[in-house]
Design a protein around this ligand. Sequence first.
Ligand code: NAP
Ligand code: MG
Length: 487
Amino acid sequence: MADTGVSRHQLLIDGKWVDAVDGATIATYDPSTGRKLADLAAAGPRDVDLAVAAARRAFDDGPWRRMPAEARARLLLRFADLIEEHADELALIDTRDCGKPYAFIRDIDLPNMSDLVRYMAGWATKLEGRTIPLSRQDPTAYLSYTRRQPVGVAAQVIPWNGAVLAATWKLAPALAAGCTVVLKPAELASLGPLRLAELAVEAGFPDGVVNVVTGTGVDAGAPLVAHPKVDKVAFTGSVETGKSIVAAAAGNLTKLTLELGGKSPNVIYDDADLDIAVDGALGAVLYAQGEACTAGSRLYVHRSIIGEVRAAIEAAVPKLRIGESSGRDVVVGPMISEQQRSKVARYVDGALEEGAEIIAGGARPRDPGYFLEPTVLGGVHDGMTVAREEIFGPVVSLMPFDDEAEVIRRANDTTFGLAAGVWTTDIGRAHRFAHAVNAGAVWVNCYNVFDAALPFGGFKQSGWGKEMGGEALDGYLQSKAITISMA
Ligand code: NAP
Ligand code: MG
Protein backbone atom coordinates (compact mmCIF):
# COMPACT_ATOMS: atom_id res chain seq x y z
CA MET A 1 0.00 0.00 0.00
CA ALA A 2 1.31 3.48 -0.88
CA ASP A 3 2.23 5.76 2.02
CA THR A 4 0.62 8.74 0.36
CA GLY A 5 -2.46 9.13 -1.76
CA VAL A 6 -5.84 7.50 -1.35
CA SER A 7 -5.78 3.73 -1.75
CA ARG A 8 -8.68 1.49 -2.73
CA HIS A 9 -9.54 -1.81 -1.06
CA GLN A 10 -11.78 -4.77 -1.77
CA LEU A 11 -13.47 -7.56 0.10
CA LEU A 12 -11.71 -10.91 0.56
CA ILE A 13 -14.12 -13.67 -0.42
CA ASP A 14 -13.05 -17.22 -1.27
CA GLY A 15 -9.41 -16.23 -1.69
CA LYS A 16 -10.18 -13.43 -4.17
CA TRP A 17 -10.27 -9.68 -3.73
CA VAL A 18 -13.60 -8.39 -5.03
CA ASP A 19 -15.72 -5.24 -5.03
CA ALA A 20 -19.07 -5.13 -3.25
CA VAL A 21 -21.72 -6.52 -5.61
CA ASP A 22 -23.39 -3.11 -5.87
CA GLY A 23 -20.01 -1.34 -6.16
CA ALA A 24 -20.57 0.64 -2.94
CA THR A 25 -17.58 2.13 -1.14
CA ILE A 26 -16.94 3.86 2.16
CA ALA A 27 -14.06 6.21 3.05
CA THR A 28 -11.63 5.91 5.94
CA TYR A 29 -9.61 8.78 7.42
CA ASP A 30 -6.49 9.53 9.42
CA PRO A 31 -7.80 10.93 12.73
CA SER A 32 -4.49 12.79 13.31
CA THR A 33 -5.09 14.99 10.28
CA GLY A 34 -8.64 14.39 9.08
CA ARG A 35 -7.10 13.40 5.74
CA LYS A 36 -8.83 10.71 3.68
CA LEU A 37 -6.70 7.57 3.53
CA ALA A 38 -8.65 5.07 1.50
CA ASP A 39 -11.89 3.90 -0.05
CA LEU A 40 -13.09 0.55 1.22
CA ALA A 41 -15.60 -1.74 -0.42
CA ALA A 42 -18.83 -1.41 1.56
CA ALA A 43 -20.37 -4.86 1.94
CA GLY A 44 -24.11 -5.36 2.20
CA PRO A 45 -26.23 -8.46 2.87
CA ARG A 46 -25.50 -10.00 -0.55
CA ASP A 47 -21.73 -9.74 -0.04
CA VAL A 48 -22.15 -11.21 3.44
CA ASP A 49 -24.07 -14.12 1.88
CA LEU A 50 -21.20 -14.74 -0.55
CA ALA A 51 -18.57 -14.58 2.19
CA VAL A 52 -20.50 -16.92 4.50
CA ALA A 53 -21.11 -19.32 1.60
CA ALA A 54 -17.36 -19.35 0.87
CA ALA A 55 -16.52 -19.99 4.52
CA ARG A 56 -19.23 -22.68 4.64
CA ARG A 57 -17.84 -24.48 1.56
CA ALA A 58 -14.28 -24.20 2.86
CA PHE A 59 -15.38 -25.74 6.15
CA ASP A 60 -17.74 -28.42 4.83
CA ASP A 61 -16.05 -29.51 1.59
CA GLY A 62 -12.59 -27.95 1.29
CA PRO A 63 -9.15 -29.35 2.10
CA TRP A 64 -9.12 -27.48 5.43
CA ARG A 65 -11.14 -30.07 7.38
CA ARG A 66 -8.94 -32.93 6.23
CA MET A 67 -5.66 -31.07 6.68
CA PRO A 68 -3.42 -32.67 9.34
CA ALA A 69 -3.09 -30.52 12.46
CA GLU A 70 0.63 -30.23 11.87
CA ALA A 71 -0.02 -28.64 8.46
CA ARG A 72 -2.46 -26.20 10.06
CA ALA A 73 0.20 -25.35 12.63
CA ARG A 74 2.74 -24.71 9.85
CA LEU A 75 0.38 -22.29 8.13
CA LEU A 76 -0.04 -20.41 11.40
CA LEU A 77 3.73 -20.34 11.93
CA ARG A 78 4.21 -18.96 8.42
CA PHE A 79 1.51 -16.36 9.15
CA ALA A 80 3.36 -15.36 12.36
CA ASP A 81 6.61 -14.99 10.42
CA LEU A 82 4.89 -12.72 7.90
CA ILE A 83 3.39 -10.61 10.69
CA GLU A 84 6.87 -10.21 12.15
CA GLU A 85 8.43 -9.39 8.77
CA HIS A 86 5.77 -6.74 8.12
CA ALA A 87 5.60 -5.38 11.67
CA ASP A 88 6.66 -1.82 10.78
CA GLU A 89 4.27 -1.67 7.88
CA LEU A 90 1.32 -3.08 9.85
CA ALA A 91 2.01 -0.66 12.72
CA LEU A 92 2.16 2.31 10.36
CA ILE A 93 -1.07 1.37 8.57
CA ASP A 94 -2.91 0.79 11.83
CA THR A 95 -1.63 3.96 13.56
CA ARG A 96 -2.69 6.11 10.60
CA ASP A 97 -6.12 4.54 10.40
CA CYS A 98 -7.08 4.36 14.09
CA GLY A 99 -4.86 6.97 15.77
CA LYS A 100 -3.33 4.64 18.36
CA PRO A 101 0.29 5.80 18.88
CA TYR A 102 2.78 4.02 16.61
CA ALA A 103 5.12 2.98 19.42
CA PHE A 104 2.34 1.15 21.27
CA ILE A 105 1.34 -0.77 18.15
CA ARG A 106 4.89 -1.49 17.00
CA ASP A 107 6.43 -2.36 20.37
CA ILE A 108 3.49 -3.93 22.22
CA ASP A 109 0.74 -5.07 19.82
CA LEU A 110 2.89 -6.50 17.03
CA PRO A 111 5.06 -8.74 19.26
CA ASN A 112 1.90 -9.95 21.01
CA MET A 113 0.33 -10.72 17.63
CA SER A 114 3.17 -12.90 16.35
CA ASP A 115 3.45 -14.51 19.81
CA LEU A 116 -0.24 -15.35 19.84
CA VAL A 117 -0.28 -16.84 16.35
CA ARG A 118 2.71 -19.04 17.30
CA TYR A 119 1.15 -19.94 20.64
CA MET A 120 -2.05 -21.00 18.86
CA ALA A 121 -0.01 -22.91 16.25
CA GLY A 122 1.28 -24.96 19.19
CA TRP A 123 -2.26 -25.79 20.27
CA ALA A 124 -3.32 -26.98 16.81
CA THR A 125 -1.56 -30.31 17.42
CA LYS A 126 -2.79 -30.65 21.02
CA LEU A 127 -6.57 -30.53 20.76
CA GLU A 128 -7.04 -33.81 22.53
CA GLY A 129 -10.14 -35.59 23.82
CA ARG A 130 -10.39 -38.09 26.65
CA THR A 131 -11.37 -41.72 27.09
CA ILE A 132 -14.06 -41.98 29.77
CA PRO A 133 -14.99 -45.23 31.53
CA LEU A 134 -18.79 -45.45 31.80
CA SER A 135 -19.77 -45.41 35.46
CA ARG A 136 -22.67 -47.93 35.33
CA GLN A 137 -21.27 -50.41 32.80
CA ASP A 138 -18.98 -53.37 32.74
CA PRO A 139 -15.66 -51.78 31.69
CA THR A 140 -15.34 -54.25 28.80
CA ALA A 141 -18.83 -53.44 27.41
CA TYR A 142 -18.23 -49.99 25.90
CA LEU A 143 -15.45 -47.68 24.81
CA SER A 144 -16.37 -44.01 25.23
CA TYR A 145 -14.19 -41.13 24.16
CA THR A 146 -14.48 -37.43 23.34
CA ARG A 147 -13.19 -35.55 20.31
CA ARG A 148 -12.81 -31.80 20.18
CA GLN A 149 -13.98 -30.57 16.81
CA PRO A 150 -14.11 -27.09 15.27
CA VAL A 151 -17.45 -25.31 15.65
CA GLY A 152 -17.55 -24.39 11.95
CA VAL A 153 -17.98 -20.94 10.37
CA ALA A 154 -17.03 -18.14 12.76
CA ALA A 155 -18.30 -14.59 12.23
CA GLN A 156 -15.91 -12.18 13.92
CA VAL A 157 -16.78 -8.52 14.46
CA ILE A 158 -14.11 -6.18 15.85
CA PRO A 159 -13.86 -2.50 16.91
CA TRP A 160 -11.58 0.29 15.69
CA ASN A 161 -9.28 0.62 18.69
CA GLY A 162 -6.16 -1.45 18.06
CA ALA A 163 -7.60 -3.01 14.94
CA VAL A 164 -4.71 -5.30 13.90
CA LEU A 165 -4.43 -6.59 17.46
CA ALA A 166 -8.16 -7.25 17.74
CA ALA A 167 -8.16 -9.03 14.38
CA THR A 168 -5.29 -11.31 15.47
CA TRP A 169 -6.90 -12.12 18.82
CA LYS A 170 -9.91 -13.32 16.84
CA LEU A 171 -8.23 -15.09 13.88
CA ALA A 172 -5.52 -17.03 15.72
CA PRO A 173 -7.65 -19.30 17.96
CA ALA A 174 -10.31 -19.79 15.26
CA LEU A 175 -7.73 -20.97 12.72
CA ALA A 176 -5.88 -23.13 15.26
CA ALA A 177 -9.19 -24.82 16.11
CA GLY A 178 -9.86 -25.49 12.41
CA CYS A 179 -12.77 -23.09 11.93
CA THR A 180 -13.27 -20.89 8.88
CA VAL A 181 -13.79 -17.18 9.38
CA VAL A 182 -15.67 -14.15 8.10
CA LEU A 183 -14.10 -11.09 9.73
CA LYS A 184 -15.92 -7.73 9.85
CA PRO A 185 -13.57 -4.93 10.91
CA ALA A 186 -14.86 -1.52 12.05
CA GLU A 187 -15.51 0.93 9.22
CA LEU A 188 -13.23 3.49 10.93
CA ALA A 189 -10.18 1.19 10.99
CA SER A 190 -10.20 -1.59 8.43
CA LEU A 191 -6.85 -1.02 6.72
CA GLY A 192 -4.73 -2.93 9.26
CA PRO A 193 -7.04 -5.98 9.29
CA LEU A 194 -7.11 -5.94 5.45
CA ARG A 195 -3.30 -5.99 5.27
CA LEU A 196 -3.28 -8.77 7.87
CA ALA A 197 -5.71 -10.75 5.69
CA GLU A 198 -3.37 -10.29 2.70
CA LEU A 199 -0.63 -11.84 4.80
CA ALA A 200 -2.94 -14.74 5.72
CA VAL A 201 -3.50 -15.33 1.99
CA GLU A 202 0.26 -15.17 1.41
CA ALA A 203 0.81 -17.64 4.25
CA GLY A 204 -1.25 -20.13 2.22
CA PHE A 205 -4.50 -20.73 4.08
CA PRO A 206 -6.84 -22.43 1.58
CA ASP A 207 -9.39 -20.26 -0.26
CA GLY A 208 -12.43 -19.41 1.85
CA VAL A 209 -10.77 -20.12 5.20
CA VAL A 210 -10.25 -16.39 5.88
CA ASN A 211 -12.80 -13.96 4.42
CA VAL A 212 -13.05 -10.25 5.19
CA VAL A 213 -16.10 -8.05 4.67
CA THR A 214 -15.54 -4.34 5.25
CA GLY A 215 -18.50 -2.02 5.66
CA THR A 216 -20.76 -0.61 8.32
CA GLY A 217 -22.17 -2.35 11.36
CA VAL A 218 -25.69 -1.95 10.04
CA ASP A 219 -25.12 -3.15 6.46
CA ALA A 220 -22.34 -5.74 6.94
CA GLY A 221 -22.17 -6.55 10.67
CA ALA A 222 -25.87 -7.07 11.37
CA PRO A 223 -26.56 -9.51 8.49
CA LEU A 224 -23.36 -11.39 9.33
CA VAL A 225 -24.16 -12.04 13.00
CA ALA A 226 -27.77 -13.01 12.17
CA HIS A 227 -26.77 -15.30 9.29
CA PRO A 228 -28.28 -18.80 9.62
CA LYS A 229 -25.18 -20.47 8.09
CA VAL A 230 -22.85 -18.99 10.73
CA ASP A 231 -22.07 -21.39 13.60
CA LYS A 232 -20.37 -19.03 15.99
CA VAL A 233 -20.18 -15.27 16.54
CA ALA A 234 -17.26 -13.58 18.28
CA PHE A 235 -17.69 -9.90 18.98
CA THR A 236 -15.55 -7.15 20.50
CA GLY A 237 -17.07 -3.72 20.99
CA SER A 238 -19.52 -1.77 23.09
CA VAL A 239 -22.04 -3.23 25.53
CA GLU A 240 -24.88 -1.66 23.58
CA THR A 241 -23.90 -3.34 20.29
CA GLY A 242 -23.11 -6.53 22.24
CA LYS A 243 -26.70 -6.68 23.45
CA SER A 244 -28.06 -6.26 19.92
CA ILE A 245 -25.76 -9.07 18.79
CA VAL A 246 -27.05 -11.35 21.55
CA ALA A 247 -30.57 -10.64 20.26
CA ALA A 248 -29.54 -11.29 16.64
CA ALA A 249 -27.74 -14.54 17.50
CA ALA A 250 -30.73 -15.71 19.54
CA GLY A 251 -32.70 -16.28 16.33
CA ASN A 252 -30.43 -19.19 15.35
CA LEU A 253 -29.09 -19.86 18.88
CA THR A 254 -25.64 -19.21 17.42
CA LYS A 255 -22.79 -19.76 19.86
CA LEU A 256 -21.47 -16.44 21.08
CA THR A 257 -18.45 -14.92 22.80
CA LEU A 258 -18.28 -11.23 23.68
CA GLU A 259 -15.49 -8.85 24.68
CA LEU A 260 -17.19 -5.66 25.81
CA GLY A 261 -16.40 -2.51 27.73
CA GLY A 262 -15.10 -1.69 31.18
CA LYS A 263 -15.00 0.87 33.96
CA SER A 264 -11.95 -0.46 35.64
CA PRO A 265 -10.94 0.50 39.19
CA ASN A 266 -7.32 1.26 40.00
CA VAL A 267 -6.43 1.51 43.69
CA ILE A 268 -3.35 3.19 45.22
CA TYR A 269 -2.75 2.34 48.88
CA ASP A 270 -0.73 4.54 51.24
CA ASP A 271 2.09 1.96 51.31
CA ALA A 272 2.58 1.99 47.51
CA ASP A 273 5.78 3.11 45.82
CA LEU A 274 4.27 6.39 44.63
CA ASP A 275 6.60 7.09 41.70
CA ILE A 276 5.73 3.78 40.15
CA ALA A 277 2.05 3.94 41.14
CA VAL A 278 1.34 7.41 39.75
CA ASP A 279 3.10 6.72 36.47
CA GLY A 280 1.39 3.35 36.24
CA ALA A 281 -2.04 4.75 37.06
CA LEU A 282 -1.73 7.49 34.42
CA GLY A 283 -0.52 4.95 31.86
CA ALA A 284 -3.44 2.70 32.81
CA VAL A 285 -6.00 5.22 31.64
CA LEU A 286 -4.13 7.31 29.10
CA TYR A 287 -2.76 4.30 27.21
CA ALA A 288 -3.99 4.74 23.63
CA GLN A 289 -5.66 8.01 24.79
CA GLY A 290 -8.11 6.01 26.87
CA GLU A 291 -9.53 4.21 23.84
CA ALA A 292 -8.84 0.88 25.49
CA CYS A 293 -11.41 -1.41 27.05
CA THR A 294 -9.21 -1.92 30.13
CA ALA A 295 -8.74 1.83 30.82
CA GLY A 296 -8.32 2.30 34.58
CA SER A 297 -10.75 5.20 34.65
CA ARG A 298 -11.67 5.11 38.35
CA LEU A 299 -8.57 5.97 40.36
CA TYR A 300 -9.06 5.39 44.11
CA VAL A 301 -6.28 6.85 46.25
CA HIS A 302 -5.90 6.48 50.02
CA ARG A 303 -6.97 9.76 51.61
CA SER A 304 -3.68 10.13 53.53
CA ILE A 305 -1.67 10.42 50.29
CA ILE A 306 -4.15 12.09 47.97
CA GLY A 307 -2.41 15.51 48.14
CA GLU A 308 0.91 13.96 47.18
CA VAL A 309 -0.65 11.96 44.34
CA ARG A 310 -2.50 15.01 43.08
CA ALA A 311 0.72 17.03 42.97
CA ALA A 312 2.51 14.25 41.09
CA ILE A 313 -0.33 14.08 38.56
CA GLU A 314 -0.31 17.87 38.09
CA ALA A 315 3.39 17.64 37.30
CA ALA A 316 3.17 14.57 35.04
CA VAL A 317 0.19 15.29 32.78
CA PRO A 318 1.61 18.38 31.00
CA LYS A 319 4.70 16.33 30.06
CA LEU A 320 2.72 13.72 28.15
CA ARG A 321 3.55 14.04 24.48
CA ILE A 322 0.38 14.59 22.39
CA GLY A 323 0.54 14.56 18.62
CA GLU A 324 0.08 12.78 15.32
CA SER A 325 -0.11 9.11 16.16
CA SER A 326 2.73 8.14 13.82
CA GLY A 327 5.17 10.38 15.77
CA ARG A 328 7.71 8.07 17.37
CA ASP A 329 7.60 9.65 20.86
CA VAL A 330 3.86 10.35 20.96
CA VAL A 331 1.93 8.72 23.82
CA VAL A 332 -1.42 10.46 23.35
CA GLY A 333 -2.83 10.35 19.83
CA PRO A 334 -6.13 11.69 18.51
CA MET A 335 -9.60 10.37 19.26
CA ILE A 336 -10.81 8.14 16.43
CA SER A 337 -13.38 10.69 15.20
CA GLU A 338 -14.91 14.07 15.86
CA GLN A 339 -17.97 12.22 17.15
CA GLN A 340 -15.87 10.36 19.72
CA ARG A 341 -14.08 13.57 20.74
CA SER A 342 -17.42 15.35 21.31
CA LYS A 343 -18.75 12.38 23.27
CA VAL A 344 -15.74 12.39 25.60
CA ALA A 345 -15.87 16.21 25.97
CA ARG A 346 -19.57 15.93 26.91
CA TYR A 347 -18.67 13.52 29.74
CA VAL A 348 -16.16 16.06 31.08
CA ASP A 349 -18.63 18.96 30.76
CA GLY A 350 -21.32 16.91 32.48
CA ALA A 351 -18.97 16.10 35.37
CA LEU A 352 -18.07 19.78 35.76
CA GLU A 353 -21.78 20.67 35.88
CA GLU A 354 -22.25 18.03 38.59
CA GLY A 355 -19.53 19.68 40.69
CA ALA A 356 -16.26 18.05 39.57
CA GLU A 357 -13.08 20.09 38.95
CA ILE A 358 -10.22 19.66 36.49
CA ILE A 359 -7.00 18.76 38.31
CA ALA A 360 -4.83 18.48 35.21
CA GLY A 361 -5.16 18.73 31.44
CA GLY A 362 -8.59 19.27 29.94
CA ALA A 363 -7.65 21.49 26.96
CA ARG A 364 -9.24 20.78 23.57
CA PRO A 365 -6.70 21.52 20.86
CA ARG A 366 -8.19 22.87 17.64
CA ASP A 367 -8.51 21.00 14.32
CA PRO A 368 -7.09 19.39 12.25
CA GLY A 369 -7.05 16.10 14.09
CA TYR A 370 -9.43 15.01 16.82
CA PHE A 371 -7.17 15.70 19.79
CA LEU A 372 -8.14 15.99 23.45
CA GLU A 373 -5.70 16.70 26.23
CA PRO A 374 -5.68 14.04 28.98
CA THR A 375 -8.06 15.13 31.73
CA VAL A 376 -7.82 14.28 35.42
CA LEU A 377 -10.94 15.11 37.41
CA GLY A 378 -11.30 15.72 41.15
CA GLY A 379 -14.46 16.15 43.23
CA VAL A 380 -16.06 13.11 41.59
CA HIS A 381 -18.44 10.84 43.54
CA ASP A 382 -19.21 7.21 42.74
CA GLY A 383 -22.75 8.02 41.63
CA MET A 384 -21.76 10.55 38.96
CA THR A 385 -22.12 9.56 35.30
CA VAL A 386 -18.39 10.07 34.71
CA ALA A 387 -17.66 7.46 37.40
CA ARG A 388 -20.21 4.94 36.12
CA GLU A 389 -20.16 4.89 32.31
CA GLU A 390 -17.37 3.86 30.01
CA ILE A 391 -15.92 7.06 28.50
CA PHE A 392 -13.42 5.56 26.05
CA GLY A 393 -11.22 8.65 26.18
CA PRO A 394 -8.31 10.09 28.21
CA VAL A 395 -10.36 10.96 31.29
CA VAL A 396 -9.77 9.68 34.82
CA SER A 397 -11.51 10.48 38.10
CA LEU A 398 -9.37 10.77 41.22
CA MET A 399 -11.35 9.69 44.30
CA PRO A 400 -10.23 9.28 47.92
CA PHE A 401 -10.91 6.19 50.05
CA ASP A 402 -10.35 5.40 53.72
CA ASP A 403 -10.20 1.64 54.21
CA GLU A 404 -9.82 -1.68 52.46
CA ALA A 405 -13.37 -3.03 52.80
CA GLU A 406 -14.75 0.27 51.55
CA VAL A 407 -12.54 0.45 48.46
CA ILE A 408 -13.24 -3.16 47.50
CA ARG A 409 -16.98 -2.53 47.79
CA ARG A 410 -16.69 0.63 45.66
CA ALA A 411 -14.41 -1.06 43.11
CA ASN A 412 -17.05 -3.76 42.62
CA ASP A 413 -19.98 -1.33 42.48
CA THR A 414 -20.21 -1.39 38.68
CA THR A 415 -22.02 -3.35 35.98
CA PHE A 416 -18.63 -4.01 34.34
CA GLY A 417 -15.87 -6.43 35.34
CA LEU A 418 -13.08 -6.36 32.79
CA ALA A 419 -9.93 -5.31 34.66
CA ALA A 420 -8.62 -3.86 37.93
CA GLY A 421 -5.32 -2.57 39.29
CA VAL A 422 -3.87 -2.28 42.77
CA TRP A 423 -0.69 -0.55 43.92
CA THR A 424 0.67 -1.63 47.31
CA THR A 425 3.79 -3.12 48.88
CA ASP A 426 1.70 -5.16 51.35
CA ILE A 427 1.54 -8.63 49.83
CA GLY A 428 -1.48 -9.72 51.87
CA ARG A 429 -3.42 -6.63 50.85
CA ALA A 430 -2.54 -7.20 47.19
CA HIS A 431 -3.81 -10.80 47.32
CA ARG A 432 -6.95 -9.88 49.25
CA PHE A 433 -7.80 -7.28 46.62
CA ALA A 434 -7.01 -9.62 43.72
CA HIS A 435 -9.25 -12.27 45.26
CA ALA A 436 -12.18 -9.96 46.05
CA VAL A 437 -12.37 -7.79 42.95
CA ASN A 438 -14.87 -8.87 40.27
CA ALA A 439 -12.73 -8.55 37.16
CA GLY A 440 -11.30 -10.87 34.53
CA ALA A 441 -7.82 -9.33 34.73
CA VAL A 442 -6.16 -8.03 37.90
CA TRP A 443 -2.80 -6.26 37.83
CA VAL A 444 -0.72 -5.74 40.98
CA ASN A 445 1.91 -2.96 40.79
CA CYS A 446 1.56 -3.02 37.01
CA TYR A 447 -1.21 -2.53 34.45
CA ASN A 448 -2.12 -3.66 30.94
CA VAL A 449 0.33 -6.57 30.96
CA PHE A 450 -1.00 -8.94 28.29
CA ASP A 451 0.41 -12.22 27.10
CA ALA A 452 -0.48 -14.76 24.44
CA ALA A 453 -0.62 -17.48 27.12
CA LEU A 454 -2.85 -15.53 29.52
CA PRO A 455 -6.64 -15.67 29.11
CA PHE A 456 -8.28 -12.26 28.86
CA GLY A 457 -12.00 -11.57 29.17
CA GLY A 458 -14.52 -9.89 31.40
CA PHE A 459 -16.85 -10.69 34.28
CA LYS A 460 -20.41 -9.34 34.45
CA GLN A 461 -21.40 -7.14 31.49
CA SER A 462 -17.80 -6.97 30.25
CA GLY A 463 -18.25 -10.16 28.30
CA TRP A 464 -18.61 -13.88 27.79
CA GLY A 465 -15.60 -16.10 27.16
CA LYS A 466 -11.88 -15.45 26.84
CA GLU A 467 -9.37 -14.28 24.26
CA MET A 468 -5.79 -15.65 24.23
CA GLY A 469 -4.50 -18.51 26.34
CA GLY A 470 -5.78 -22.07 25.94
CA GLU A 471 -9.25 -20.92 27.06
CA ALA A 472 -9.69 -18.89 23.86
CA LEU A 473 -9.96 -22.17 21.96
CA ASP A 474 -13.04 -23.20 23.93
CA GLY A 475 -15.11 -20.72 21.93
CA TYR A 476 -14.13 -22.40 18.65
CA LEU A 477 -14.32 -26.07 19.62
CA GLN A 478 -17.11 -28.39 20.61
CA SER A 479 -16.65 -31.71 22.24
CA LYS A 480 -18.36 -34.83 20.93
CA ALA A 481 -18.86 -37.96 23.08
CA ILE A 482 -18.59 -41.20 21.07
CA THR A 483 -19.60 -44.55 22.55
CA ILE A 484 -18.76 -47.91 20.93
CA SER A 485 -20.29 -51.17 22.01
CA MET A 486 -17.60 -53.84 22.30
CA ALA A 487 -20.17 -56.64 22.51
P1 NAP B 1 -19.18 -0.78 18.53
O1 NAP B 1 -19.90 0.39 18.05
O2 NAP B 1 -19.87 -1.72 19.42
O3 NAP B 1 -18.67 -1.52 17.21
C1 NAP B 1 -17.90 -2.67 17.23
C2 NAP B 1 -18.06 -3.39 15.91
O4 NAP B 1 -19.41 -3.82 15.76
C3 NAP B 1 -17.76 -2.53 14.69
O5 NAP B 1 -17.16 -3.35 13.70
C4 NAP B 1 -19.14 -2.10 14.26
O6 NAP B 1 -19.21 -1.72 12.91
C5 NAP B 1 -19.92 -3.35 14.52
N1 NAP B 1 -21.36 -3.17 14.68
C6 NAP B 1 -22.05 -2.07 15.01
N2 NAP B 1 -23.37 -2.33 15.07
C7 NAP B 1 -23.51 -3.64 14.76
C8 NAP B 1 -24.64 -4.52 14.66
N3 NAP B 1 -25.89 -4.11 14.92
N4 NAP B 1 -24.43 -5.81 14.33
C9 NAP B 1 -23.18 -6.27 14.09
N5 NAP B 1 -22.09 -5.48 14.16
C10 NAP B 1 -22.25 -4.19 14.51
O7 NAP B 1 -17.87 -0.43 19.30
P2 NAP B 1 -16.76 0.62 18.84
O8 NAP B 1 -17.34 1.97 19.09
O9 NAP B 1 -16.26 0.32 17.52
O10 NAP B 1 -15.59 0.27 19.87
C11 NAP B 1 -15.52 0.78 21.15
C12 NAP B 1 -16.09 -0.18 22.19
O11 NAP B 1 -15.48 -1.45 22.14
C13 NAP B 1 -15.87 0.28 23.61
O12 NAP B 1 -17.06 0.24 24.34
C14 NAP B 1 -14.83 -0.69 24.19
O13 NAP B 1 -14.84 -0.88 25.54
C15 NAP B 1 -15.12 -1.91 23.46
N6 NAP B 1 -13.93 -2.75 23.38
C16 NAP B 1 -13.83 -3.87 24.17
C17 NAP B 1 -12.71 -4.67 24.12
C18 NAP B 1 -12.57 -5.90 24.95
O14 NAP B 1 -11.72 -6.71 24.68
N7 NAP B 1 -13.35 -6.11 25.97
C19 NAP B 1 -11.68 -4.36 23.25
C20 NAP B 1 -11.79 -3.23 22.48
C21 NAP B 1 -12.93 -2.45 22.56
P3 NAP B 1 -18.96 -0.19 12.44
O15 NAP B 1 -18.20 0.49 13.50
O16 NAP B 1 -18.21 -0.36 11.17
O17 NAP B 1 -20.32 0.42 12.22
MG1 MG C 1 -9.67 5.60 9.95
